[in-house]
Design a binder for this molecule. Structure first.
Ligand SMILES: Nc1nc2c(c(=O)[nH]1)N[C@H]1C(S)=C(S)[C@@H](COP(=O)(O)OP(=O)(O)OC[C@H]3O[C@@H](n4cnc5c(=O)[nH]c(N)nc54)[C@H](O)[C@@H]3O)O[C@H]1N2
Ligand SMILES: Nc1nc2c(c(=O)[nH]1)N[C@H]1C(S)=C(S)[C@@H](COP(=O)(O)OP(=O)(O)OC[C@H]3O[C@@H](n4cnc5c(=O)[nH]c(N)nc54)[C@H](O)[C@@H]3O)O[C@H]1N2
Ligand SMILES: [Mo]
Length: 770
């Protein structure tokens, strides 16, 4: 609400008159009319369209949840550029990609309604609101109604850890080793769900000495060891696959994928994990045992007349183990733990949203080269970046040839994103931004807007129409709309009408309408050629097609929801797609990574790609997680930097920029909300002679930044934590918004080589009094 009435809002289109772009350069804005703005932008777009449409890059973030990514996709499609870039590699794409490589779709949620144990590895949903408070609520209900225990594993006493039964302060970036040691405890004690591993996953498939899964004569169907006939066979009816062991097949030694993992864990003992991850071996053993016990392996439960697998123990994360250089492997490890106790798509376990709906994720990556997109998505550099690469365009643009890009991006449109501020090593991002002609559609003069050539004011969610599906839960799906409540600044345009107007002026309007039909997947009610649409009319089309209900229902109720049946919730996913002979299998062993690695190697060698460091790819592209993945680049290289730096959300603020002007948050809630702090453990602070309130310098290999120290007990002594959302420097914000530290300015940038995800929690630093 405050954002709508924010006195610092953009109200008129603005044009830069100082061609020099920089943090300390005054853009010398002049107001322009909408007519002038559309005219100037159209002239430029028309030129690019005639020359090479790929030179236009569209970037969005928050915007996706306003008018919907489908419109952005349609705009870029109609224009003819492949370059539409969402923010997900700054957010949670590593977690998605781990899901995709493992069960061929993404979107997990824990079934807390029935869980008895939640092992939460750094999902921070009591501070960073998620799924419209659904997780908070489900956790509270689970505790009250099922006596669910909550254990939070993370370096900092987060809001979730504070409310948990137990907080386990793991050393940043070392979760993988702790998880592997837990896997070892489960495997050594044989407290695993063998039936699940055999029937649902590829753990029984036979792997040769080179790590390749043995195939039948057709060269495609994987082989398992059939215990009935004591021979290697495809998993067909009548075959009883062995989960464990080594076998000789055609004179070659083979082991099951499960055995390969078990053997690889020989040295990953709880004692070793204690050394690396800083969690006592006894705690690791106890948590593994608790996980197995609460999973009730083998039990079933009857709900609504359906007999269902009952595994009420779940291991969950959000960005905690995924916003990292080895983020995909981090969550792959978590998924494997859930597989070991069979808690996937079981009552009280980890719910997969739509298992195996995109089988292509099990394939070798296309490894495109030369890349067609400026963000290099799905190119040889980041083969499974299935969700775009938010940070890469501004890096590519600085030297396109070095990445094999055959054109130079000329213009970027940013819609509802303050991209460079949200990305590690933000200075590098701004250098890229200075090289293109930028149009920014936002509600505030963000730092991205400070580097714009033209700034267009948008309406907020209270001023416009949106078709806005809220996120589904394991039990429900929804269709919803937003409608305008107010328009205090009499704004004329929103993102939809801006797009529509530009498309019209470029003579692409009908193409746009057609592209909207495709991107929204409209079946019966569609956008028609030969006419214009207002934002409301656009929303009406989508609502009608999706819900088959009259628009009056949308206007009066705002939303229609549907409840999933017990059958579709528990038996429509993994049970349906993976269970039993003759079906695809959940990838306990991600063999597609091996083939993709060799493909990367071939292309890199053939083309002499200096940007590809093969030994690093070799570590990242392991079909099973291993202990090397607990040593991201800064942990190996920044030896003289004693502290780990981590970052997190706070309830008081939303992303960068958006809430920084909010006087209620900044003033009424007091000093704690008005700024962020450099949190340091009291013992470490005492040793350095640092007291709460002191100005301290964080020094990393990227640079130095100051902040205000806060000595607390709720953080590991080897770690400092600085929240996101503070330290804006654009002069277009309220001065209050400039308080605090924008930590991304000094974080090292080491994207995950599988997904392209940014690493937010791997940097090391020195800390001293300023
Ligand atoms: N250090 C650190 N960095 C982080 C994170 C962290 O925890 N720590 N979190 C990461 C995560 S999870 C994410 S998702 C990214 C987010 O990355 P950001 O790019 O910062 O955030 P977005 O949500 O993409 O965009 C927010 C922008 O949308 C604008 N906006 C808000 N409402 C409207 C509107 O109605 N119309 C328009 N046009 N614009 C609007 C805001 O003014 C703001 O500029 O940041 C990442 N960066
Ligand atoms: N108020 C508010 N709510 C938000 C947002 C917001 O900006 N403001 N943003 C929304 C968005 S876009 C997203 S993606 C979600 C993000 O939701 P979450 O992922 O739940 O929240 P973050 O704070 O980004 O998560 C990082 C957590 O991981 C911990 N952590 C850091 N390093 C490690 C590590 O090495 N191991 C482990 N185990 N934990 C570690 C951090 O201390 C922190 O608690 O939040 C959403 N909700
Ligand atoms: Mo996010």
């Amino acid at each position: 609400m405050y954002n709508t009435y924010d006195p610092y809002r953009l109200k008129k289109p603005l044009k830069r008159t100082n061609p020099k772009k920089g943090r300390d350069e005054d853009p010398r804005w002049v107001e322009m009319s909408w007519e002038e703005a559309f005219n100037e932008i159209t002239i430029r777009l028309a030129r690019i369209h005639a020359d090479n449409p790929s030179k236009l890059v569209w970037q969005h973030g928050q915007g996706k949840y306003l008018i919907g990514e489908e419109f952005c996709a349609a705009f870029t499609k109609a224009f003819g550029t492949p370059n539409m870039v969402h923010r997900t590699t700054a957010c949670e794409s590593a977690r998605h990609v781990a899901d995709e490589l493992t069960w061929a779709n993404a979107g997990i949620l824990p079934d807390l309604k029935y869980s008895k144990l939640l092992l939460n590895f750094g999902a921070n949903y009591h501070e960073g609101e998620q799924a419209s408070r659904w997780l908070d609520w489900q956790t509270a209900m689970g505790r009250e109604q099922n006596a669910m225990k909550v254990v939070v594993v993370e370096p900092r006493l987060s809001g979730c850890a504070a409310k948990a039964d137990e907080w386990v302060p793991v050393r940043p970036g070392k979760d993988i080793v702790m998880l592997l040691a837990m896997a070892k405890v489960l495997i050594d004690a044989n407290t695993i769900d063998e039936a699940f591993l055999v029937e649902f996953t590829n753990a029984p498939q036979l792997v040769d000495a080179a790590g390749i899964i043995a195939k039948d004569k057709d060269g495609k169907t994987p082989l398992v060891w059939d215990t009935v006939t004591a021979s290697a066979k495809p998993y067909a009816a009548g075959v009883k696959p062995a989960l464990k062991g080594g076998y000789t097949v055609d004179g070659k030694p083979m082991r099951t994928a499960f055995q390969v993992l078990a053997d690889s864990l020989k040295d990953v003992t709880p004692q070793y994990a204690e050394e690396v991850a800083g969690v006592p071996a006894a705690t690791i053993v106890r948590l593994a045992q608790l996980f197995a016990k609460e999973a009730r392996i083998g039990e079933t439960i009857v709900i609504d007349g359906q007999t269902l697998r009952y595994r009420p123990a779940v291991l969950y994360t959000f960005r905690g183990i995924t916003a990292k250089e080895y983020g995909v492997q981090g969550w792959r490890t978590g998924l494997i733990l859930n597989m070991l106790v069979g808690s996937i798509d079981a009552v009280g376990g980890l719910m997969l949203g739509g298992a195996y709906s995109k089988p292509q994720y099990f394939d070798v990556s296309v490894c495109q080269f030369p890349p067609k997109r400026t963000d290099l998505a799905q190119s040889v550099f980041f083969p499974y970046s299935n969700h775009h690469i938010a940070q890469q365009t501004n890096i590519t643009v600085q030297d396109p040839k070095a990445w094999g890009l055959e054109y130079t991006p000329e213009m970027q449109i940013f819609y509802g994103t303050n991209r460079p501020m949200s990305i590690p090593n933000s200075g590098q991002q701004f250098e890229g931004l200075a090289k293109t002609f930028n149009v920014v559609i936002d509600v505030l003069m963000t730092e991205t807007a400070w580097y714009a050539d033209i700034v267009l004011p948008d309406k907020t969610y209270l001023e416009s129409w949106h078709y806005a599906p809220t996120r589904g839960t394991p039990d429900t799906g929804h269709n919803a709309i937003r409608q305008p409540m107010t328009n205090p600044y009499n704004l004329e345009h929103d993102a939809f009408t801006i797009m529509w107007e530009l498309m019209k002026r470029l003579n692409l309007r009908d193409k746009f309408a057609e592209a909207c039909n495709a991107s929204w997947n409209l079946k019966q009610v569609k956008f028609k050629p030969g006419r214009d649409y207002t934002t409301r009319e656009g929303v009406e089309v989508i609502w009608a097609d999706r819900t088959k209900k009259d628009f009056s229902v949308a206007v009066e109720q705002g939303f229609v929801g549907s409840k999933k049946s017990v059958k579709s919730k528990y038996l429509g996913g993994a049970e349906d797609k993976f269970k039993g002979p003759g079906k695809a299998k959940i990838k306990f062993y991600a063999d597609q990574l091996i083939d993709t690695y060799y493909k990367v190697e071939g292309i890199a060698k053939k083309n002499n790609l200096a940007k590809i460091d093969l030994p690093k790819y070799k570590i990242a592209y392991s079909p099973l997680p291993n202990k090397d993945l607990a040593f991201p680049t800064p942990h190996r290289e920044a030896k003289d930097y004693p502290f780990y730096v981590i970052t997190h959300k706070r309830m008081y603020r939303n992303q960068t920029g958006l809430t920084v002007d909010n006087a209620i948050l900044n003033q009424a809630l007091g000093a704690d909300a008005a700024t962020n702090y450099v949190q340091i453990n009291v013992a470490a602070a005492a040793q350095l002679g640092i007291k709460s309130g002191d100005t301290v310098t964080i020094e990393t290999r990227v640079g130095k930044i100051n902040g205000t120290a806060q000595a607390v007990q709720g953080i590991r002594p080897d770690t400092i934590a600085v929240s996101y959302h503070y330290g804006q420097w654009s002069k277009g914000y309220d001065p209050e918004g400039r308080k605090g530290t924008a930590i991304n300015q000094v974080l090292e940038h080491h994207p995950d080589l599988i997904s392209g995800h940014n690493s937010f929690n791997d940097t090391k630093c020195k800390l001293y009094k300023a």
